[in-house]
Design a protein around this ligand. Structure first.
Ligand code: SF4
Length: 370
């Protein structure tokens, strides 16, 4: 079979299969480019099952691009809470504001404009243009590269940018005329349901007959991907600063800066320990914690360790030991002007938190620590 015939076989079998078996996902029920855009951003690094309820809640609250553009950021982050990678939500809102301001509120249907929007990389641009506008643009992510590497038995390292460029050229060539929307979704569907990272279901695969990776017995070795470095371990000490008098029953929390990691989300005050052994020893950690917090204007006395927690980012792994502490003089603590706030069980849920702190604060108020 010639290379050309193999490509034709792949495209037509895959498309026919998808049209028969495709899942009924909420963002597939229309060609609304804004909804497709939201779903694609949510689906980055997150499983379909997890995304479904978030997507429903999000488009119910922000049904149109203009609703999202006009919403307060805090509200958007609150509706993203739990999905992680919050810069995606912030970029999405910045981008829809740009669409509202520069494109009359309509998602642009040309590659240059859509690719210029904040947070829209080549994959998302391809997904929007193909799925919503049926334009023959490839949408190549890790799943698609896995399927193509296996079917065509490609040994190039998919972690390399040059491989992605070649895969995009191949994926574009494979798009059948007039069927970009369904075909790109078919590729994604095959990667999600059949040609899965572990134990691909070759026996039920619509393109099994000419799959070179399978015929070479290499479906479990492909794709080739050099390993990323493991996230750096960081040991941090967090604290529940417990209120007294008018703040009794509440804890002091702070908002992160407007840029950088977890920007503008709320958290317990926390500091980095110099090393794992200080972090692990209650005596040295207590002294270190008091000193580091004092340097940030928080004059408190650490009391007890009440919880351990972890938070993993793509490049960092936080190990948190969580203490309770009392203020020596609560009137000297920073306040709203410095992005600090006392919260209690009745209002902490109104703020947007990274998962790890949301759980800690919720457990604290439920007294799961005691
Ligand atoms: S036959 Fe197996 S390895 Fe080949 S594309 Fe299908 S599921 Fe993937």
């Amino acid at each position: 079979m010639s290379e050309k015939d193999k490509e034709l076989f792949f495209s037509s079998e895959l498309l026919g299969w998808y049209r028969k078996v495709r899942r009924d996902l909420p963002w597939r029920r229309s060609r609304n480019p804004y909804h497709i855009w939201v779903s694609e951003i949510m689906l980055q690094q997150t499983r379909v099952d997890t995304v479904i309820p978030y997507f429903a809640r999000f488009v119910e609250r922000f049904p149109t691009l203009i609703d999202l553009a006009d919403a307060p950021e805090e509200d958007v982050l609150k509706h993203w809470e739990g999905l992680g990678y919050y810069s995606r939500a912030r970029n999405l809102q910045a981008a829809v504001r740009e669409v509202a301001a520069s494109y009359g509120g309509e998602v642009p249907a040309d590659k240059e404009s859509v690719s210029g929007l904040k947070g829209v990389g080549p994959y998302t641009a391809g997904a929007i243009l193909s799925i919503a506008f049926n334009q023959p643009e490839p949408a190549v992510d890790g799943n698609v590269m896995r399927v193509l590497s296996r079917f065509f038995c490609l040994e190039e390292d998919i972690a390399k940018p040059a491989t992605r460029v070649r895969m995009e050229a191949l994926a574009k060539r494979l798009i059948p005329e007039g069927a970009a929307s369904d075909f790109n979704q078919a590729l994604m569907e095959l990667g999600a349901l059949v040609c899965t990272p572990k134990s691909p279901g070759c026996l039920t695969c619509p393109v099994m007959e000419h799959c070179e990776g399978r015929m070479a017995g290499r479906e479990n070795e492909l794709p080739i991907k050099t390993k990323a470095k493991p996230p750096k371990k960081v040991y941090r000490l967090a604290v529940f600063i417990e209120g007294t008098r008018e703040h009794a029953g509440r804890v002091l929390v702070r908002r992160r800066p407007a840029t950088g990691l977890l920007a503008r989300l709320w958290e317990l005050p926390h500091v980095e320990a110099p090393n794992e052994s200080v972090w692990a020893s209650s005596e040295s950690a207590g002294v270190w914690l008091a000193g580091s917090l004092a340097a940030e204007g928080l004059l408190v006395k650490p009391k007890d360790v009440v919880a351990d927690a972890e938070h993993v980012f793509s490049h960092l792994h936080w190990y948190l030991k969580v203490w309770t502490a009392v203020a020596e003089d609560a009137s000297l603590l920073p306040g709203e002007a410095d992005d600090y706030r006392w919260v209690g069980p009745e209002d902490f849920d109104l703020l947007a938190w990274p998962n790890v702190f949301r759980k800690l604060v919720s457990d604290y108020f439920n007294r799961d620590f005691y």
